[in-house]
Design a binder for this molecule. Structure first.
Ligand code: ATP
Ligand code: MG
Length: 140
């Protein structure tokens, strides 16, 4: 299996509850390595741009409100089959449906405030990494 990269966000509900380290430990324990990381407070423009694929969905406005409601940690994760590995440890979007031992089952508050984001394909991972990081920030 090839070593690849994916993009992760620790969302405002998790940073608010001081779970940055706990969530990152679950990512690391799943075989992912943090190769870039920064804590930012997303602007409205960044949130709207990042979630533009969801523009037509009814929850888009509230999702952008939520993602700008506090700091987030944007990270690039590396590992074997990183996109799938990350989504497996994240769990289902709705924590009510998430499997035991996943980040969302353990920490998410709701389908919206679900603690983490993870890219859903290699192609989207590359786009999302570029959205938040320059090449010289990917330090390995
Ligand atoms: P993410 O993209 O954050 O990794 P995901 O791929 O599991 O999560 P998407 O369908 O891409 O889920 O939705 C993006 C985000 O929008 C979700 O993580 C969640 O925060 C929010 N969201 C999704 N569905 C709903 C909903 N029905 N009501 C409110 N918020 C939602
Ligand atoms: Mg998604």
């Amino acid at each position: 299996m090839a070593v690849t990269r994916t993009f992760s966000i620790i969302k405002p509900d998790a940073t608010r509850r001081n779970l940055t380290g706990a969530v990152t430990k679950m990512l690391e324990d799943a075989g992912l390595r943090v190769v870039a990381s920064k804590r930012i407070h997303m602007t409205r423009e960044q949130a709207e741009g990042f979630y533009a694929v969801h523009k037509e969905r009814p929850f888009y406005g509230e999702l952008c409100d939520f993602m700008t409601s506090g700091p987030v940690v944007v990270q690039v994760l590396e590992g074997e089959d990183a996109v799938k590995r990350n989504r497996d440890v994240m769990g289902a979007t709705n924590p009510a449906d998430a499997a035991e031992g996943t980040i969302r089952k353990t920490y998410a508050e709701s389908i919206e405030a679900n603690s983490v984001h993870g890219s859903d394909s290699d192609e989207n991972a590359a786009t999302e990494i570029r959205f938040f990081f320059s090449d010289d920030e990917l330090v390995g």
